[in-house]
Write a protein that binds this ligand. Structure first.
Ligand code: GTP
Ligand code: MG
Length: 666
């Protein structure tokens, strides 16, 4: 545990006692927090009975400082943290005020969105089978589970959630339906006066409930994590359920005590795998943190795959949500997806116009290039990812995403760029193909080696189907292109030229569209940005030197460099969407996008540099390139031409570029 005296700034307000828990029955509000003087009674709406701060609209009328404290309770504690201590972990989830306001819709009842008690169950087999995602609240008896649910539902005061001063009041699992969006389950408490059948009731629920998407584990802010809480925490870890820790009754806490328990808590959470690293601070009395927690629901209810949100309109149309804005309806998304597939196929068809089956087969028969590529792809890249994650000390979930990126096979973009770098197109395509095939076995292996420090091996879902589709969408058009070239060499040459230009435009377009579509997720830690910028460049450089080290000619070194640095970032995005919760996505979703952006920027710089070099030193690069295009028994004249310049552009005597007429012989 950290030495708290070193992280809590001495303050006259910081009390020496660590707890003032009143125990059952005591409800006096003893708080230093500036918002603490709002009490339930003084703010109850005279007609509806709803708390006056139930609605964010009302709360937003408060003075700015008070409002900040209500929305983000940690801001009240921040000044008391020593300068050396980091507060970032407590402020990972920072939705915009607009998102907070929007989240309220989810908790506002209407004729089409009823919020109501549904049923109770004492055993898992009595639990209703409901299709909606489910969230549950667990914690010690009297920690404030039912009160928190009541506060969340305060916009629907007619919903009866029973609260009591007496511990062990809630005896059953109580199910509340929130429209068609989700079901919320109030659990009996564990520990003091827990129901006798607590274990038989709750354990199987947490273990087997299929639609359980989030568990909120409540911890009393006055006393921090207790032994019983540790057991619950370990249970969540064991069942591999995503969970969030909520610190309750913060209105009763003094800042010193609260900070101490928070720091201790943070220390524990940093060692967990399934817990969201940020604890949420709440008070069901003065509504601190309630709006933030409501907003978390809009992120956590579409959960496993936020791109398949329950109702984009209600839940996730905000700018800081991962779900694309409401304009991007299902139809638009499908159209974009079909358009992209057609475009990729066309471009790969054009690239295939530069491929000869004989040479491709040659690379597979004598797979030296592929072997080096394999070493770079599944040796250098995952290790570099691991090393970078450790060096930058990123969060475990971010480290896992960086490693997933490192374990991904190369994408088809590398083939397009290889063309512009006068790489060996046959090698490029055979490497992309082989790395996609090898990825089926190597990805799980590398992930097991490098991520098992943080998470159990089977947490990450590898979309074998997507890899298969990528393979097909590469091989079929390339095969057709190659056939086309054999029969219509002249037209194939033109196709290649058009395809190579279209390909570049296409890569730029999808990078820009991705960047704009998911603009909300760009706000991630600076270390992810630095890693995203450095990592592809490192991949290119290490791949290049590795290939050069074993004596490959320059054009193949360029090809292997590209295949190493270029990763199938789309595949990485798919994997993390399948494997991570919405909050984890918030922290990590940007990484594949950042990587994609920088791999393009770095590759663009290489292409630019290479093209300038080629023009300026006409002949010299090609001459040096052509030393060893010899592993196939081609006539020596063809050898030089074949792999050195992919035919679209060559220098004339004046250093100008144009379509090379002789290429048509290929
Ligand atoms: N001051 C303060 N008191 C709270 C807060 N939340 C709950 N309480 C009080 O704590 C007591 C227990 O609250 P409940 O919501 O019934 O607790 P529970 O976790 O559901 O308890 P069980 O159902 O017995 O497991 C009640 O007297 C509440 O008024 C809070 O945020 N601040
Ligand atoms: Mg209760």
């Amino acid at each position: 545990m950290k030495d708290e005296s070193s992280v809590i700034r001495p303050s006259p307000d910081t009390p020496s006692s660590s707890s003032d828990e009143g125990g059952p029955g005591r409800e006096t509000v003893v708080s230093d927090l500036s918002v603490a003087y709002y009490s339930v009674t003084s703010f109850a709406h005279p007609k509806t009975g709803a708390h006056k701060l139930a609605s964010f609209q009302q709360a937003s009328l408060l003075p700015e400082r008070k409002l900040q404290g209500l929305l983000f309770p940690f801001t009240e504690l921040e000044p008391y943290l020593a300068k050396t201590a980091t507060s970032g972990q407590f402020q990972l989830f920072q939705p915009s005020v607009e998102d907070i306001a929007r989240a309220e819709k989810l908790f506002s009842p209407s004729a089409s969105h009823m919020i109501d008690y549904h049923t109770s169950a004492v055993r898992i087999d009595h639990a209703p089978s409901l299709p909606q995602p489910e969230v549950c609240f667990i914690g010690r008896s009297n920690v404030g589970k039912s009160s928190l649910i009541r506060a969340l539902f305060s916009l629907a005061p007619e919903v009866e959630v029973r609260v009591s001063k007496t511990p062990g009041h809630t005896k059953k699992m109580n199910f509340f339906k929130v429209g068609k969006a989700f079901t919320l389950v109030d659990m009996p408490g564990y520990g003091y006066k827990a129901p006798q059948d607590f274990v038989e009731m709750v354990e199987p629920y947490l273990d087997t409930r299929k639609n359980l998407v989030r568990t909120f584990l409540l911890v009393d802010g006055n006393v921090g994590l207790q032994k019983a809480d540790m057991v619950a925490l370990e249970m969540c870890e064991e069942f591999r359920r995503p969970y969030v820790v909520v610190v309750t009754k913060i209105d009763k806490c003094r800042q010193g005590a609260l900070l101490s328990s928070l720091l201790e808590l943070q220390e524990t959470l940093s060692k967990t795998a399934g817990c969201f690293p940020q604890p949420f601070l709440v008070s069901s009395v003065n509504f601190s943190g309630i709006y933030l927690l409501r907003t978390d629901f809009t992120f956590s209810c579409p959960l496993r795959n936020p791109f398949r949100s329950i109702s984009t309109e209600i839940l996730c149309s905000g700018t800081s949500c991962l779900v694309p804005g409401s304009d991007d309806g299902e139809v638009t998304r499908k159209s974009i997806s079909i358009f992209m597939t057609v475009m990729v196929s066309l471009v790969m068809f054009a690239m295939g116009c530069n491929v000869e089956a004989r040479k491709l087969w040659g690379h597979i028969r004598r797979p030296w290039g592929i072997a080096i590529g394999f070493l770079c792809q599944f040796g250098i890249m995952p290790f570099t990812a691991f090393a970078l994650s450790l060096a930058f000390n990123v969060l475990p979930v971010q480290a896992i995403v960086i490693i997933i990126m490192g374990c991904c096979p190369g994408g088809s973009s590398s083939n397009i760029i290889a063309y512009w770098l006068d790489g060996d197109m046959d090698l490029s395509i055979s490497m992309t193909t082989c790395s996609s095939v090898f990825a089926m076995g190597m990805m799980p292996l590398c992930l097991l080696i490098y991520t098992s420090v943080w998470i159990p091996a089977d947490t990450i879902q590898i979309p074998y189907r997507s890899i298969g589709i990528t393979l097909l969408s590469l091989l079929i058009p390339v095969g057709l292109g190659s056939l086309f070239k054999r029969n219509f060499p002249n037209v194939a040459k033109k196709m290649l030229l058009i395809g190579s230009i279209l390909g570049v435009l296409f890569i730029i377009a999808i990078t820009v569209v991705g960047a704009v579509q998911y603009q909300s997720s760009w706000t991630v830690s600076s270390s992810l940005w630095i890693i995203g910028a450095v990592y592809p460049a490192l991949g290119f450089v290490l791949g290049f030197f590795m290939a050069r080290f074993v004596g490959f000619p320059w054009h193949r070194c360029r090809t292997i460099a590209l295949e190493t640095g270029f990763q199938n970032s789309q595949l990485c995005s798919t994997i993390i969407q399948l494997s991570f919760t919405a909050e984890q996505l918030e922290l990590t979703f940007a990484f594949p996008l950042i990587y994609r952006l920088f791999q393009l920027v770095v590759a663009g710089m290489f292409v630019g540099g290479y093209q300038i070099y080629k023009r300026r030193c006409k002949g010299s690069s090609s001459e040096s390139d052509c030393q060893d295009v010899d592993d196939e028994k081609l006539p020596s004249k063809d050898k030089q031409k074949y792999a050195l310049e992919n035919g679209g552009f060559v220098c004339d005597e004046n250093g100008k570029t144009g379509v090379k007429p002789k290429i048509t012989q290929l």
